[in-house]
Ligand binder design. Structure first.
Ligand code: MYR
Length: 281
């Protein structure tokens, strides 16, 4: 049984990691006016932030077309794979997962198991990396899916944005009426619940929001069990690096990564967003 692991670009896994683990990528796109760019392929994250500053209109995003999934799955079948586990950003914020499900029914001779990570970014990347390591070790699709479900039990992610208007404009903020309208300067802590983004706690300053995430992280990190964690930032590499160094000095048993909100997710969270995700490996 040869199993391929696919994930979409919003996992923001560096190319070197994808190549080492054999993870195949399907990109989402950002659209500036008439121009469409597949993130991680046609446009880097630095290019995206530069373009946002000079383009007259704000970008929008789009999921991969079903035909692109069909092409990728067909190519994998031709390469001799029997099964594909296709891991995607939460079905509550994008139709990408559903696209993989639909395409899976259109390719004969290949078992396609679409997996809804119910999250995105490096948290989704953690799922893809574990799945790929297991696939390389010859584990069955069932064993891999069971492990992904287990990861879901311990995975946490909290993030904050500088300007809630981006999430509101894109329609990706649920249950936040109380925060909207005159209160956009508030920096609520956000998280995913039942596949959608909801405000977790109302917090007034970025500093306090960071402190609160640290407290939530400490609840798990202070148990002393090994964790993997990632600081995720939207064009704030220095702040993210400092935060990672502080946390890493406090919790040497935790393996820390730094990751980023790339073009598609940054379109919805805006520059300055910052988050922390972790799970028990
Ligand atoms: C599409 O056009 O299908 C893509 C829509 C992406 C919506 C992104 C909403 C923000 C997600 C924040 C993820 C934070 C993870 C820690």
């Amino acid at each position: 049984m040869k199993t391929a692991i696919v994930t979409d670009s919003t996992a923001y896994l560096p190319k070197e990691v994808r190549e080492r683990l054999g993870i195949r990528l399907i990109p989402l796109s950002v659209i500036f006016g008439e121009e469409t760019y597949r993130e991680e392929i046609d446009m880097t994250t630095d290019e995206f932030f530069a373009k946002v500053k000079q383009h007259p209109t704000l970008p929008t995003t789009s999921q991969p077309a079903v035909g692109e999934f069909v092409d990728l799955f067909t190519a994998l079948r031709e390469e001799g794979y029997d099964a594909v586990i296709s891991i995607h950003l939460s079905s509550g914020i994008s139709g990408t997962y559903q696209g993989a499900v639909t395409a899976g029914t259109m390719v004969d001779g290949l078992r396609v198991l679409a997996y809804d990570s119910e999250i995105s970014c490096m948290a989704q990347g953690f799922y893809a990396m574990e799945a790929a390591e297991m696939a390389q070790a010859g584990r069955t699709p069932e064993e891999i899916i069971a492990r992904l479900d287990e990861i879901k039990q311990t995975l946490r992610a909290y993030f904050m944005v500088d300007d809630l208007a981006h999430l509101q404009r894109g329609g990706r903020l649920t249950g936040a009426q109380a925060f909207i309208g005159g209160l956009l300067q508030i920096k609520p802590l956000l998280r995913f619940e039942n596949k959608v983004i909801v405000p977790f706690e109302k917090i007034r300053t970025r500093k306090k929001a960071v402190k609160r995430i640290e407290e939530l992280f400490a609840e798990d990190a202070e148990k002393g069990i090994p964790l993997k964690a990632a600081v995720i930032h939207a064009n704030q590499p220095d702040e993210a690096g400092r935060w990672r160094d502080e946390l890493s000095a406090r919790y040497p048993h935790v393996e820390f990564f730094i990751s980023y909100f790339g073009p598609v997710i940054a379109t919805h969270v805006g520059e300055g967003a910052l988050g922390l995700t972790w799970y028990q490996p």
